[in-house]
Design a protein around this ligand. Structure first.
Ligand code: FES
Length: 161
């Protein structure tokens, strides 16, 4: 499949690379752009980014793999990341995660058949003081309980119709 940025993304790409002394230094920012544009970073997308920035695809892949914020598999419209590191673990992250697995009928790294939700366990989201924490797309939900989580999911589910 041929991968190519839309005209708007091409313009954004040109603006991004102007901000860096060398094209290759824009890699993280361009990966963000590519993820926003294509939804996730397939091998084809990483090759495309590598060609645009004159970086070998292996290097693009290594960088994308290092950061959990970059998706290497398709994700749902709402991508749910559950922190399971110490502070969250001590404050009920496991119950939250298991509740999500049951409610959505999917496991770590899977997407619901309707494509609405995907679920993944992640390391510390950097908000340990408000544990347990879940990130859904770009939003953080903190001090979560099962009840709060159900309200959030119901709200997202309604909004996605
Ligand atoms: S341990 Fe969960 S946000 Fe840090």
């Amino acid at each position: 499949m041929k991968v190519e940025f839309s005209e708007a993304a091409k313009k954004e790409f040109d603006e991004i690379v102007k901000r860096y002394p060398q094209k290759r230094a824009a890699l993280l920012t361009v990966l963000h752009l590519a993820q926003r544009e294509f939804g996730w970073l397939s091998r084809d997308v990483m090759e495309y980014v590598g060609q645009l920035l004159d970086i070998p695809v292996g290097e693009v892949y290594d960088t994308a793999s290092f950061y959990t914020m970059f998706y290497k598999k398709p994700v749902g419209k709402y991508h749910i990341q559950v922190c399971h590191t110490l502070s969250c673990a001590l404050r009920g992250a496991r119950n939250i995660y298991e509740h999500l697995e049951q409610k959505l009928g999917i496991k770590d790294g899977e997407v619901t058949p309707d494509g609405k939700f995907s679920l993944i366990k992640v390391e510390c989201l950097g908000s340990c003081g408000t544990a347990p924490v879940v990130q859904i797309n770009d939003d953080y939900y903190e001090g979560l309980t099962i009840e709060k989580l159900d309200d959030i999911l119901n709200h997202l589910d309604k909004n996605s119709e």
